[in-house]
Every structure is written in structure tokens, then in C-alpha cells.
Design a protein around this ligand. Structure first.
Ligand code: SF4
Length: 69
């Protein structure tokens, strides 16, 4: 399944992705974006890809995560 992944080494906590997609992302205790773990729905994918393109530090991506069962 596809999920959002944040590179915490790169995220500067600008908040753009969190405010654009509050159903997918929240702030962690360090003020960085934190994925809630929700599966990316196909209806949201284009919007998410656009947000990914506009992240100032290229810290966000969608990854195909294999489940073990
Ligand atoms: S848009 Fe990028 S830098 Fe800004 S909070 Fe999201 S992941 Fe972090």
C-alpha cells in the first residue's frame, strides 16, 4: 500500500504539507511533519503529488510499503 514518508533530516517544519493535507499529516513534537500512517487514497494522490512537488526541501514522498501478511 502507498503511504506518505517524511525525511526528518530534510523537513524544516514549514507546515505546507500539514496544512494542505491534515488528514494525512500532523506535526510531531519537534514541529516537523509526521505522517499519520493513512493509506494514500487514489482520489487524493494527485493533490499529494502536487504538494510533494512544492515541499521546499524535498522531504516528502509517497512510498509503496509492502505489508507482511
Ligand atoms: S512541506 Fe516539506 S518542509 Fe514543509 S513541513 Fe512538509 S515535509 Fe516539512
Amino acid at each position: 500500500m502507498e503511504k506518505i514518508v517524511i525525511d526528518k533530516q530534510k523537513c524544516i517544519g514549514c507546515g505546507f504539507c500539514v496544512h494542505s493535507h491534515p488528514e494525512y499529516l500532523v506535526f510531531d513534537e519537534m514541529g516537523q511533519a509526521d505522517p499519520v500512517g493513512k493509506e494514500v487514497e487514489s482520489k487524493d494522490k494527485n493533490d499529494l503529488l502536487e504538494t510533494i512537488e512544492h515541499c521546499p526541501t524535498e522531504a516528502i514522498r509517497i512510498e509503496d510499503i509492502k505489508e507482511d501478511n
